[in-house]
Design a protein around this ligand. Structure first.
Ligand SMILES: Cc1cc2nc3c(=O)[nH]c(=O)nc-3n(C[C@H](O)[C@H](O)[C@H](O)COP(=O)(O)OP(=O)(O)OC[C@H]3O[C@@H](n4cnc5c(N)ncnc54)[C@H](O)[C@@H]3O)c2cc1C
Length: 383
């Protein structure tokens, strides 16, 4: 690719966040390059595989509203894709730390359908689980096919004339004239008027190579990259089936676990079960090794034996994935000059993807605004 290739916007990273932003920018008529070091939704990032929880339940009603706001975007994307990307399953929330009764009030106020059940009532309906506290059932939840969603958004962007550059690792973004020059680690370059950086767990390592003001860099939260592990446990019942298994979040004092039908990744044979922030902290995504800690595996086997009688407590598959956490789990969608930084993870960003794309595209192009809590530079400026 010659240096003369010039775009309105270059979006760095084709995970859920970058693909969504590229889709929304291209849809608005901008000439967009999607610049990805590997392939869209690659296995080393955070958006691979067929299973992420879509749920409305949040302690903070702000995020519940965001899920409601993202719903229309999912329907729009499914229509463009020509098939479902979010499969309805419902979700169970339980455990003394999760606080089902407290969460029910958030759903109540948002007008979202739900039921609060005693442990015995819930066990009668879902004998594949063991419950020790009240249980919140909310039927509006489901499972997102993350990988297919990325591909659908990239296809939609390309359908609006975006260019996809794969195998293109951005090493630096430097001011040049009225825009920026992006240079790859092997010396190729492109130019763009504006840049959106959605590099997932690689963001901490890339920040130093971006032409960002020191004050902006100092305002960003500390990003913690974790190599998380998920285990697939087989269904006991034959023929095994995902149907009838709601997603769940169980937060007890001794462990915080979530689970969902593994879908395609797991041959539809079992549940994907994982511990929140149970993985190793890395300096950056490039330090990941994909290794699974045997002690962690044993802990999850113990959990399944105790709380998921509907599963055989022997994992038949396991995988790693990256969480990029901020200290309060808020997303970062912020901009300095022509560079927009987008880091919507903390283990819960998938469900908002179409909306995050709209927000980031609006901020990057000056056509829209972003909630102040995602703009850390504003908070620092206001001090
Ligand atoms: C195990 C796991 C479970 C999760 N469960 C849920 C859930 O149940 N519900 C939910 O809502 N969310 C969930 N999430 C969170 C959600 O998946 C993430 O918020 C989302 O995938 C983040 O996407 P991203 O685009 O920011 O990052 P990524 O998907 O990592 O995308 C970043 C992309 O940038 C590319 N890149 C990096 N550096 C460069 C560079 N220098 N040049 C070019 N390209 C570059 C990478 O190759 C990658 O493709 C989960 C995440 C994980 C890991």
């Amino acid at each position: 690719m010659a240096t003369t290739d010039t775009f309105d916007y270059a979006v760095v990273g084709a995970g859920l966040a970058g693909a969504a932003t590229a889709w929304r920018l291209a849809q608005r008529g901008h000439h967009v390059a999607i610049v990805e070091r590997d392939e869209p939704a690659n296995d080393a990032g955070s958006s691979h595989g067929s299973a992420r929880i879509f749920r409305y339940v949040y302690e903070d009603p702000f995020y519940t509203r965001m899920v409601q706001d993202s719903f229309a975007g999912w329907r729009e994307l499914e229509a463009a894709h020509g098939g479902p990307l979010v499969t309805p399953t419902g979700c169970l929330d339980h455990g003394e730390v999760r606080g089902p009764r407290r969460l029910a009030t958030v759903l109540d106020r948002a007008g979202l359908s739900h039921e609060l059940l005693s442990p015995d009532e819930a066990a009668g309906r879902w004998p594949q689980f063991t419950f020790t506290t009240e249980v919140l059932w909310h039927p509006g939840a489901g499972v997102i096919d993350a990988q297919e969603s990325v591909h659908a958004m990239v296809a939609a962007a390309v359908g609006h004339s975006a260019t996809l550059l794969t195998g293109w690792p951005v090493a630096s973004v430097a001011k040049s004239g009225a825009g920026y020059t992006l240079t790859s680690s092997d010396g190729r370059s492109i130019a763009a008027r504006g840049v959106v950086v959605a590099a997932g767990g690689w963001l901490p390592g890339l920040l130093g190579g971006l032409d960002l003001p020191d004050g902006f860099l100092a305002s960003l939260p500390r990003f913690e990259v974790r190599q998380e592990t998920a285990f697939h446990f087989p269904y006991r019942e034959e023929p095994a089936a995902d149907a009838g298994w709601p997603t769940f979040i169980h937060k007890a004092h001794w462990i915080q676990v979530y689970g969902l039908a593994g879908g395609r990744d797991a041959g539809h044979r079992g549940q994907k079960v994982a511990e929140y922030n149970g993985g190793r902290v890395l300096p950056d995504a490039s330090a990941q090794d994909g290794l699974i800690d045997p002690a962690h595996r044993a802990r999850m086997v113990g959990y399944v034996r105790r709380h998921l009688p509907g599963l055989v407590p022997e994992p038949y598959a396991e995988t790693t994935c990256l969480f990029t956490n901020t200290p309060n789990d808020d997303f970062v969608i912020d901009r300095a000059d022509g560079i927009t930084v987008l880091s919507p993870c903390s283990g819960h960003g998938a469900k908002f993807a179409p909306l995050l794309g709209e927000l980031a595209a609006g901020l990057a192009s000056g056509a829209g605004t972003v909630p102040d809590r995602f703009r850390t530079s504003l908070k620092v400026a206001a001090r």
